[in-house]
Write a protein that binds this ligand. Structure first.
Ligand SMILES: [Zn+2]
Length: 227
């Protein structure tokens, strides 16, 4: 099957030695869908990485930040599946129950990563300069693994984003005694540089005729229409 050039919304800014023009993708084939639907109770991010390794060229998928992962997921939902998501929701004005079929290709917008990312990665946390990174697919796999093993993930998630030469466990210990306000600073970085598809779609209420917006949930099962 032919590969198609793919422009990631990160423009590859977070990735070292990666040519943004060399990223290519192909739609899923039957075997990909089979791999994705195996081991349903296991780590979905791990399974997703396995199939993305098969259909993406030009970068190690584990290093991709979640903004690019969401983008690739939508690309596959559009190019390999129906590209539509049926949602039931409640009108934010009159609370009537509504249905809408969202056309992912037409109704969702995407935002590129800010050019300031690289020069804004270092934050002053509790008096020391700490370099942070946006969560990657590999980070998400680790967080999900802990979650599946009923281990706490909040501090671990923040520790994973710190690039200070310490191990993740050392950073978890460091965070345990850090004021919550400083931990919130670390967390805020993820929102500050959030990018990729904006998972919100407009609607017009059939009852009160007013317009609103709904959240389109990001769930692999929903986007890839498998149970
Ligand atoms: Zn309404």
């Amino acid at each position: 099957m032919n590969y198609i050039p793919l422009k990631l919304p990160s423009k590859c800014i977070p990735y070292e030695n990666t040519d943004p023009n060399a990223i290519e993708i192909r739609p899923f084939i039957g075997e990909d869908s089979e791999i994705l639907s195996q081991d349903k109770n296991k780590n979905i991010f791990k399974r997703f990485k396995k199939i993305i390794e098969r259909c993406l060229r030009g970068i190690d998928p584990g290093l991709l930040t979640m903004g690019d992962i969401v983008y690739i997921t939508l690309w596959q939902a559009i190019n390999s599946y129906s590209g539509k998501v049926d949602l039931e929701f409640v009108c934010e004005h009159c609370f009537k129950s509504l249905f809408k079929s969202i056309d992912l290709d037409k109704e969702l917008n995407s935002e590129d990563l800010s050019e300031d990312y690289l020069k804004s990665q270092t934050k002053e946390i509790a008096g020391s300069e700490i370099k942070l990174h946006l969560l990657t697919l590999n980070d998400s796999i680790e967080i999900m693994e802990r979650s599946l093993n009923n281990l706490p993930t909040t501090l671990y998630r923040n520790a994973l984003t710190m690039e200070n030469g310490s191990t993740v466990d050392e950073n978890v210990e460091f965070l345990k005694s850090l004021p919550l306000r400083d931990i919130n600073e670390i967390e805020k970085f993820q929102d500050e540089f959030a990018y990729g598809p904006i998972m919100r779609a407009p609607y017009m209420c059939t009852e009160c005729k007013r317009e609103g917006e709904i959240d389109v949930p990001f769930r692999f099962e929903l986007l890839f229409s498998f149970e």
